[in-house]
Design a protein around this ligand. Structure first.
Ligand code: ATP
Ligand code: MG
Length: 193
């Protein structure tokens, strides 16, 4: 499951847990992006902080892990490079899935090498409040190897959490308490989104 995770929240965790069970996965690897290619309109929080928040949020789940692969790779992040590296590491016998929310899956169509990616992994597109998955054509889904997954609707986003923190509004119950503590300790979002 790739993302900026700035910060990680319960929408991410619920989606990962549902994918684990619905697709009978062995584990979910959270992959915080290094330098994101597409999010250039704002300054993304240092990769090390985003990585550590993901570690804190997933620590209690034995089926979740966090990878440093993209965080440690210099230059911009391309998902295809990551999936090919994972494929090399796990070998040809392992089925690889890329978990995304309904918004991110739209981007896949415009991703560099989306067809090449479809040859390496299956995409899991999770429902997300405010985004419509039904607009996807069956032809796109089959060509790009996209499976659809219903998850409990949580209208939570990192953008909203960053705004709330900057405006001193509550974030309790939107993300793990230990992550909120880490954010406060490091004063991560003084200016909001
Ligand atoms: P931002 O507001 O900064 O874009 P975000 O909440 O969208 O943050 P990302 O790190 O961009 O979080 O998302 C990582 C992945 O998790 C994406 O595939 C996204 O679609 C998915 N995702 C995020 N929040 C939810 C949610 N509430 N429900 C389902 N999927 C989600
Ligand atoms: Mg997002």
């Amino acid at each position: 499951m790739g993302g900026t995770f700035d910060p990680i929240h319960y929408g991410h965790l619920v989606t990962a847990e549902e994918a684990l069970v619905q697709f009978n996965l062995d584990r979910v690897v959270f992959m915080p992006t290094g330098v994101p290619v597409r999010k250039t309109h704002r300054t993304v929080t240092q990769a090390e902080h985003r990585y550590l928040m993901a570690v804190i949020a997933t620590a209690s789940n034995p089926d979740f892990e966090v990878s440093r692969m993209e965080v440690d790779r210099p230059g911009p992040t391309y998902t295809v490079d990551t999936m090919l590296e994972l494929r090399k590491g796990y070998g040809p016998e392992t089925d690889l899935y890329f978990i995304t929310g309904a918004d991110a899956v739209w981007d896949i169509l415009t991703w560099k090498d989306s067809e090449k990616l479809a040859g390496v992994c299956t995409f899991i597109a999770a429902t997300r409040p405010g985004y419509d998955l039904s607009k996807f054509s069956a032809e796109d889904a089959s060509r790009l190897h996209i499976e659809f997954m219903e998850v409990p609707a949580l209208a939570i986003s990192s953008t909203d959490i960053r705004c709330r923190i900057a405006e001193r509004r509550p974030v309790r119950y939107l993300l793990p308490e230990a992550v909120a503590t880490y954010i406060a300790k490091n004063d991560l979002y003084p200016g909001g989104a």
